[in-house]
Write a protein of this length. Sequence first.
Length: 294
Amino acid sequence: MLLFPAILSTVIVVSSTSVYWDGRVPQTMTEWDVDSSIGPYLTVVKGSEAASHYTTLLGTSSTPTPLWNTLISEQVISLTIDNSSIFVPGGSTPQNGFRRTDIIAQGNGSNSALDAIMEIGVSKFYFSVKDNEQLPLNYSHEYQIVFIEPSDGTHVFELQLGTPFSNPTAPTPAVDATFLKVRDHALNLMFETPFTSGQWHNFAVQIDWNNLTLQVFYSADDADLVAVTPVTSNPTASPGPAGQGDFHAALLKLPLVDPSESSAEQNDVVHYGIQEGTTEGLFFSGFFVQDISA
Ligand SMILES: *[C@@H]1O[C@H](CO)[C@@H](O)[C@H](O)[C@H]1NC(C)=O
Ligand SMILES: *[C@@H]1O[C@H](CO)[C@@H](O)[C@H](O)[C@H]1NC(C)=O
Ligand SMILES: *[C@@H]1O[C@H](CO)[C@@H](O)[C@H](O)[C@H]1NC(C)=O
Ligand SMILES: *[C@@H]1O[C@H](CO)[C@@H](O)[C@H](O)[C@H]1NC(C)=O
């Protein structure tokens, strides 16, 4: 692996043997790999353009989270959306309500096989995010940016930004719209922190898949991760395989309700609603999953 044992003993130890899946993109990974879904991520959830139109690897031109970059050389991942970012699930109805670019953890070319390997016992999901000052978000909208999604479409936990989608649309953006928010399966707020610009915001969420609990860890830039919640029950999540799901990094922008649409359409967040079609972006690094039970 790419970790150097001599350095490991002096810093927070995340040993290579306990890493189930490593999404820290090596310098050797290319645009061609992104377009071909080769490497740690499946890149099919996107709009009509090639995957590398929306998912860009920044090489050595951009510095990833300083938490791991003395141990491992990784490329920053830039995710963007524009008005073409309408995902059409295989043979299904275009998701006109959303604009989205998702990259999904995979192993040996399979995302679902990985779920059964890394979502057992106790495992810890690490991820870091930074704003893209050139391509700002619109905080009147809700954004879902990191989540584990079982096949029922719920989220074991999620990292969210913006104003939560509501019908009818709230008259003003939420007071904490610009905060990074970690929510549990029932969408209860577990932790929030201001999404300050130009900084890496580091998270880890430790999940006990048997006891159905979550614990959130956080730090900014090069500070060590610290627990910011106790071990907290996540009782609405499903036990066993039904509760396992794909690990997504995403720029998923929900619509605002369009008052001119029918009430059925207004309730169909996936397919209807208002999107401005703006080009927006976020930066990601430091994605990996650690086995805690070992
Ligand atoms: C990938 O293949 C290796 C070697 O067969 C295996 O050990 C590993 O568990 C596989 N990973 C996934 C996610 O299937
Ligand atoms: C943000 O979204 C709101 C609601 O659709 C819209 O009125 C506003 O113009 C948007 N801002 C930008 C910068 O696109
Ligand atoms: C899980 O729950 C069982 C039964 O309540 C308890 O004995 C065990 O210590 C718990 N495990 C963890 C990791 O909290
Ligand atoms: C965005 O795309 C939608 C769906 O294709 C289209 O109806 C809309 O006019 C586009 N908006 C802009 C600003 O280009």
